[in-house]
Structure formats: C-alpha cells, structure tokens
Design a protein around this ligand. Structure first.
Ligand code: ZN
Length: 459
C-alpha cells in the first residue's frame, strides 16, 4: 500500500505499524475489548519526524489522529479506517529540569508519573495528579487540559504549562517552549494547543511549571448537615488555612454510603446519616504547627455549625484511606453499567442543579444517580446507573444531566473535554459566536481539516 510505503520511507521500518499490527492494540485503557483501526500507526521519535508525517498527510489530505496514553473518556482519540494514527510513545524523554527556574522540559510522550518522579528527585512537585497517571502522557494531559484532585491549589494543565512546541497541520514547527511565568510578548500561542484535543496542532514538547514540595499533609472527613454549610465550610477552611487548602471534595450522602458499605472495602470514617461528606486536605511544611492550625480550623467550624462531625487522619495511612474512599468510583459499576459525567457550575447553583438532575433521572429507567466531586473547583462528577437496555439510550440521560446547566451557565465538560461524546451538547455551554470563532480558528490552522477531524467542532 502506497501510504504505508511512503510513511516507512519517512520514518524507517521500525517507525510504522501496518493496519494488521495496529488492530492488535486496544482502543483505550478503558476499552480493552475494542481495537484500533487505521491505515497505519506512525511512531516518530523526534519533532522532525512528526513534522515530516504531518507535511506528508497534509499534502495528501490524510486524516491524522494523535494518540497519547489513551486514557480519555469522551472518544476524543477515536480512530477511523482512512486515518494515520500518530503515536508519540517513542517521544518519552525528560530533557531537562531547571531547579532554580522550577521548570521541567520533556517530550510529549512522557507519562505523568515519570514527570512527577523526576520533579520529586529535585524536591519539587509537578502538581497535576489523576488516577491514570501511569499511562496518561504529558502531551495528552496538555491537549485535553487535564484537571484532577489538586486543581483548587495549583490549577489545571492550562495553568501548569509554561511553554509548548507544537507542529501545525502542514508540518510547520512552532517552538513556543518557554520557561517564563510572565510573558506578555503578544498572543499566548501555547493556549491554542492546550485543551484543543489534537484538532489544531500536535504538541511535541512541553515546559512545565514545578513547585516546592509540601512536606506534610493534614486531612479530615467531615459530616455536614446542609449545602449552605458546605459553602460556608469552603470559605472558612480556605480563610483559616492561609492558602494551604489543597482539596475540598464533597460526597453526597448516597455516594458516601455506596463507597463505605460492603462490597466496598472501606469503613465509614464518619457515621452514615449526614447529608454531605467533605474530604478536606491541607498541605504544609511543619507537621506540628500545621496540625494545630488544621485542628483549630475544624474546631471553629464545629462551633459555627459548619460541620456536624469529623474524623481526622492521624497517619499517612489514614490519608491514603480517605482518598481511597473518595476515589473508589468502581463501586458505581458493581450492580450494572453506569454512565459517568463531569460538569462544572457556580457553587451557589449546585444544590438546585443536583436536585433538578435527580428529579429528571427519577423519571427515566435509570436506577441511581450518585454525585461527588471537586466542589472547591465547581466541578461535579455524576454516575448514573442504568439497566443494560438503557445504555443505548444514553441521550435521554445526557439530556437530564446537561440541560439544567444552561440556566446557570455551567459547563458540559469540567475536565474530560468534548471529543465526539459531548459535541452535540457544546451549545449548552458555548454561544454560537464562540463556536463560530472556534470553527474559524480550526479552519485557519488546519485548512484541510486533517487533524483529529470531527472532534470538538465541525470544520
Ligand atoms: Zn475529577
């Protein structure tokens, strides 16, 4: 086949897998039973290789779908028979760390956990963290603007990347690698590529922002009686902890019951019966002083009626156990299939929003709707349990979850992106003028629409 031969001429035999070989690979970390499809899978080991592949595909109008660790959840990396898959798996080198500048420069195929470990060797942290850290790549994290558990303190990927090198659809290399925190010399070009899900260019290298590593952490699970108190508690803890609050995770009572009752492994650290459960984490540098301050903040919260009960972690093991409860999302699949959603909205609208969604869901065949999330960031996760027959009618459930967001100007995607899955719902969160501007950016950067075609917006 001509394309395969041409690609092998560009990258060498090792650099390209044919259609049969690539079909032996799984479509994603969560989709082991589906396989990849495409003309070929190209595995360049340098930016120059990526540029040559893109120039060739641009010339010949061949779709290119870029792959990182394939841990996405919104079908943002779905392949098609007539496309070349561009995998950055061989571009997995950490190039340098500048401890004084507190930056790390790496190729896009480096895994998140490898970057975290490299930072740790210099007593620094790269604070982005999420469950799929061992597989997810920096390029994928950047292309999808990943979030995770410590956004409250450090921000999302858009806040953590100081510079990128990216290749445009026609093979032009844009080197915007830059380790400066302040850089107001014109448009912030890197932001074109961050969160664009591989539709505007291919990120090949990144310079990340590192932070001094916290030395200690304090954690508590608290029971809270109403949502007004949840909102009050967020402000109270943030005020009392002087900027060290690193997580404010809320579990609605039915989700808390699910993840702290058999068959879940965890025991409830705070008894069942409260309306909300808030997981609090603060990171600091002085074990004794931090614990005193954390304890004092909890006591004053108790005195003000912001919390009804609390269990304080007394060891690192307790801390791991508390996070284990919050992150035991697999429990939603124990009794059958479930659909997962990530939305964001103003905290003042959350109580009404959740009540409205639960009301709407109760009129469908769905069996349960669990809610939990990074409430400190305005981000809720919803898991809707459905009988197997309903899985095909996902749209009805999506309607229940997404439509009420319009009234409070919420977002249909807090952290997972748009991909194919949420494209139809984009108008809930974006005006027509915004979508038109996104489309014209797409047409300007990728005039032949070869980059991850059909994802995010149509062009
Ligand atoms: Zn999340």
């Amino acid at each position: 086949m001509k394309v395969l031969t041409d690609l092998r001429q560009i990258l060498g035999e090792q650099g390209v897998l044919d259609a049969d070989t690539l079909s032996e690979r799984a479509a994603g970390i969560w989709r082991q039973d589906e396989s990849l499809s495409g003309i070929a899978l190209a595995r360049p080991d340098s930016t120059g290789g990526v540029a040559k592949i893109l120039a060739y595909c641009h010339e010949n109008r061949i779709p290119v779908i870029t792959h990182g660790g394939l841990t996405g959840l919104v079908h943002g990396a779905d392949t098609q028979d007539d496309a070349v898959i561009l995998s950055l798996e061989r571009m997995n080198r950490i190039e340098s760390i500048q401890p004084n500048q507190r930056t790390l420069t790496a190729q896009a195929g480096v895994t998140l956990s490898a970057a975290q470990e490299a930072a740790a060797e210099e007593d620094l942290i790269f604070p982005l963290d999420l469950g799929a850290r061992g597989s997810a790549t920096l390029g994928g994290n950047a292309a999808t603007n990943a979030g995770g558990n410590r956004v409250l303190r450090y921000g999302m990927m858009r806040d953590l990347v100081l510079g990128v090198e990216a290749v445009l659809a026609d093979g032009t290399v844009i080197n915007a690698l830059n380790g400066l925190v302040k850089n107001n010399a014109g448009y912030d070009l890197k932001q074109l590529f961050l969160g664009s899900e591989g539709t505007l260019g291919v990120i090949t290298r990144l310079t990340l922002r590192l932070f001094e590593a916290p030395q200690t952490r304090c954690m508590a699970f608290t029971g809270v009686s109403d949502f007004e108190a949840v909102k009050g508690l967020l402000r109270h803890m943030d005020r009392c902890l002087g900027g060290s609050l690193s997580a404010f995770e809320v579990l609605w009572s039915d989700y808390y019951a699910l993840v702290t009752s058999p068959p879940a492994r965890s025991q409830p650290p705070v008894p069942h019966g409260h309306s909300y459960y808030v997981l609090l984490e603060s990171q600091g540098v002085d074990a004794e002083l931090d614990q005193q301050r954390f304890q004092a903040a909890l006591e004053s919260a108790l005195n003000q009626g912001l919390i009804a009960d609390a269990a304080v972690a007394t060891s690192e093991r307790d801390c791991e156990g508390f996070w284990g409860i919050r992150d035991d999302v697999d429990q939603v699949f124990v009794d059958g299939p479930a659909l997962l959603f990530d939305v964001s909205l103003p905290i003042d609208d959350m109580e009404y929003y959740v009540a409205e969604v639960k009301q709407r869901i109760s009129n469908t065949q769905a069996k349960a709707c669990w809610v939990f999330g990074h409430v400190g960031d305005g981000n809720l996760h919803l898991a809707v349990q459905t009988p197997p027959s309903v899985i095909t009618d996902r749209r009805t459930i999506e309607q229940c979850v997404y439509e009420p967001l319009a009234a409070c100007k919420g977002s249909v995607s807090a952290e997972h992106g748009i991909g194919l899955e949420k494209k139809d719902w984009l108008p809930i969160s974006r005006s027509q003028a915004e979508i038109d501007l996104m489309t014209s950016l797409k047409r300007s950067l990728d005039p032949k629409s070869i980059l991850n075609p059909g994802k995010v917006v149509d062009a």
